[in-house]
Design a protein around this ligand. Sequence first.
Ligand SMILES: *Cc1c(COP(=O)(O)O)cnc(C)c1O
Length: 436
Amino acid sequence: MTTRTSTPTAATTDTAAPRHPALTASDPELAGLIGAEERLQADTLRLIPSENYVSAAVLEASGSVLQNKYSEGYPGKRYYEGQQVIDRVETLAIRRAQALFGMDHANVQPYSGSPANLAAYLAFLQPGDTVLGMSLPMGGHLTHGWDVSATGRWFRGVRYGVRRDTGRIDLDEVRDLARAERPRLIFCGGTAVPRTIDFAGFAEIARETGAVLVADIAHIAGLIAGGAHPSPAGHADVVSTTTHKTLRGPRGAMLLSTAEHARAIDRAVFPGLQGGPHNQTTAAIAAALGEAATAGFCSYAHQVVANARTLAEELTARGFDLVSGGTDNHLLLIDLTDKDVSGKVAAKALDRAGIVVNYNTVPYDPRKPFDPSGIRIGTPALTSRGVPASAMSTVATWITAVVEAARAGDEAAIAKVRGEVKDLMDAHPAPGLPVS
Ligand SMILES: *Cc1c(COP(=O)(O)O)cnc(C)c1O
């Protein structure tokens, strides 16, 4: 846990009934740990772009008795009896996913983003077949064919990157690779891509070379749902997404597709890869999709982007070098090469200041992946707390002060920021958490 110097929250001092009464009674040690995590999430400025705060409604659905059911199969085609209600829950989630993302078919059963992507391989490839994806250190995901992943060990991974001069994907490079390597599957999307994904451009390349295009929108699903990023519908054959990042749902995933690929996708998820679906997660996905279809969520998605853009400007004004020069979405990648401090040292100092980020490689990183040159930050979680764009100059000032303090070994400066972060967080309570 980070060093705490400021006043304790109400959660540590008040006499109100515990939030988890049954667990507190039966297992106070574990209840205490969950309470500590609640306080950590309440008190810190969480800038990890893949994290968020779910609503109390999503928490309730994911903690429900749907947990108790086995439901192998799909609605109306189960291997277990007693599915009268579960079928309706899963159908609700499917319908909402189809409507929100404008795709013919939706499978809401993948346990998480990585197994969802593995199901896409199972649906279309044989072992040894070629997959074209974005290189991990350039911003792609492990499951897009990287060596250490099963997807790179069982399939032949070929990778595109970003241009050294622009920090952006070069579709001419992607097209040349696709023509030369003839992949059966092409992935677009990534984990550290601060710019808009050109789904139409990727689709043209996939069509020309006879590949299936998978748009992995794990990071940007909420922005797409809210109209703050172009949609892959009408371009990608398959859309893979987690549900727990900008979409603000439970930890889970979905695979969406055109009608043509519906059967292949469903058979790959079950019985190809998984057993019983996590019904409590399905219910929470339905709840999150319901929330994501509202006008309020649309404003949220646009505010995420506005906050990221403002933060990018404020950091640039303070002399930070951003990969690609800025952002179009929720995510910024800071290159610390000229700051004389590594990404890991900076990330750990920021954590001590109550600002939670992750260290990350930058394209063409001269340092090693376990101590790279960058930090990755994003605005989805702070925007869920209602932190406005006007606060981004303060956030940028804190980051500047802490990175400088990390270089100089000035723990007092870090502690000072920690107190100020706590005050901002107290002014913007997070959804689903106890109010301090
Ligand atoms: C997060 C992410 C995944 C994997 O999701 P997990 O739920 O962590 O397995 C896959 N692809 C992309 C692009 C991601 O950002």
